[in-house]
Design a protein around this ligand. Structure first.
Ligand code: SIN
Ligand code: FE2
Length: 202
């Protein structure tokens, strides 16, 4: 299903694939816990908590947005991206090199994410592959310019979204997460995993 250039695969992961993924995430998150990121310049805390897997992770703090190899609080390297996610990238990304980062966003309560473009990567030929788990998100999609009209769609647990091609630079954000819409996560909330290629292939 194509919406404004974004490719959406509803229910790409069935319930057992979602449960399998969650059980591998649990072990990894114990190694690299969620932390509260801060906005560039102001240092204002974000409402979404984050961690990463892979050789690089996306972080933000007063100094700005960047990719770095270590967790900002523990100083340890991020753990490897689970094989299940690497397989999904192979199938869906249509890009000949592996992802280098998997950003994990955890939404609870009133957490949201403002409209933005994913533009901290060097290689915009590679798409961003995004997996939704847990409660349903009201996800907002715009165009390449902040002024373009926007529309919202719902992303459910197990849905996969590919932001690539002409839509790679489309604005997007999460208006809110609808509580108690999934039983996948103990304690509710939503996890979003985005697979990203950061560097140009050498
Ligand atoms: C993001 O754009 O990094 C997050 C998208 C989402 O949570 O669905
Ligand atoms: Fe994004």
């Amino acid at each position: 299903m194509q919406i404004d250039g974004f490719q959406i695969y509803p229910d790409y992961l069935d319930r057992s694939a979602q449960t399998e993924l969650i059980s591998s995430l649990r072990g990894l998150v114990a190694e690299c816990p969620f932390y509260t990121p801060a906005m560039p310049r102001t240092g204002k805390p974000m409402s979404v908590r984050m961690t990463n897997f892979g050789p690089l992770g996306w972080v933000t703090d007063k100094a700005g947005y960047r990719y770095q190899p270590c967790h900002p609080e523990t100083g340890k390297p991020w753990p490897a991206i689970p094989a299940q996610l690497l397989d999904m990238w192979k199938t869906l990304a249509h890009y000949p090199h592996p992802p280098e980062a998997c950003l994990v966003n955890h939404y609870t309560g009133k957490a949201r994410m403002g409209m933005h473009q994913d533009r901290d990567e060097m290689d915009f030929e590679a798409p961003v592959v995004s997996v939704s788990l847990g409660d349903t998100a009201v996800f907002r999609i715009g165009g390449n310019s902040r002024k373009d009209p926007t529309r919202s769609i719902k992303l459910h647990s197990g849905d996969v979204l590919v932001m690539g091609g002409p839509a790679r630079m489309n604005f997007h954000g999460v208006d809110r997460v609808l509580p108690a819409t999934s039983t996948l996560l103990n304690g509710g909330g939503r996890l979003n995993l985005t697979l990203r290629r950061v560097n140009l292939p050498s």
